[in-house]
Design a protein around this ligand. Sequence first.
Ligand code: 2HG
Ligand code: ZN
Length: 391
Amino acid sequence: DLDEKYNIERKKFGVVTPTDINYFKSVLSEDRVLTDESEVMPFNIDWIKNCRGQSQVVLKPKTVEEVSQILTHCNAKKLAVCPQGGNTGLVGGSVPVFDEIVLSLALMNKIISLDEISGSLVCEAGCILENLEQHAKEHNLIMPLDLGAKGTCHIGGVNNFEDILKLYRSAKLSLGEILSAFEMADAAAIDACVSSLKLTNPISSYPFYVLIETHGSNETHDSEKLGGFLEQEMASGLILDGTVSSDPNKIHAMWTLRESISTAVLLDGYVFKYDVSLPLKDYYKLVPKLKQRLGPTARRVCGYGHIGDGNIHINVSIPAYDKRTLEMLEPFIYEEVAKLDGSISAEHGIGFRKPHYIHYSKDATSLQLMKDIKQLMDPNGILNPYKVLPD
Ligand code: 2HG
Ligand code: ZN
């Protein structure tokens, strides 16, 4: 229910008229101006079905010139615009809130250049990471933005969170420059993949799991190094069990297990997703705290994420959306994060979901600076209104 969930008023922007639509059709070809309700709908809903907008028009430019003409028109008419990429955001940043025009970047997917000497790639804003990865690979390069790089990979069971931190320090010492990923997931997170998505957990059940990946330039040397490290830590007892592989299919399966958690939890019903960063010593603290606070209300409280940058994803699922649960979680979780000197948003951004919590992580001076920059670039505030900055 929009009113209950949003509690926000439409700002005084213009309303799209048939004249505007005709103008857009003159700039883009007719088939790149979508106004049919069923065609527009997918652009109004985010993939976790958390937020839902009411836009009536989607524009699909192919060039920078077209974007420029559209935005000049919208700015003159004070028509609000919601730019949209893959619509895979988790904080409601990518979908309209009211009737903002959706500016889809889906067709701006050209790779402009790849300089093999400097290793820099220039591409349009709508490119999909996987396609860029493929292109870079053809030139013997990788995308360092890769979410699941491929090298040699290990997934193992570790007993408690303290052991994960010990293992992380040891991995940095032993693997040094070839360590490319150190991811963790707790039992409840892996259980979502196994029970809801029927994925295979390649090892037995443990309270915690770690996925370690190395990506160096000498495969033999790298797997020797990883092998040595694993032997040492199985002997020390930090690693209880594990599987290691350089076979691309097996590596893919390990990453699939880790990367599917986000979707698997959605099958529980309604999910509150938190993306926070915390000092590593306190990284896992909030998961048991929330579990205790919610008691049987929660179907699942799980934690997983990127140890390497202090980013944990805490997912809380319940059978169906319920305002009381929301009130038990927020602002409590943000207060706790602030107490621990963490950040209320680590990698998913502020979007529509968090502007009123941003003060837990940013002081008034920083916020004013952000507002000043926004004002300079977008004086009428037509670009993605209601997002990021609090009023
Ligand atoms: C991940 O690391 C993603 O899997 C999604 O950032 C996290 O859904 C989430 O909470
Ligand atoms: Zn993540």
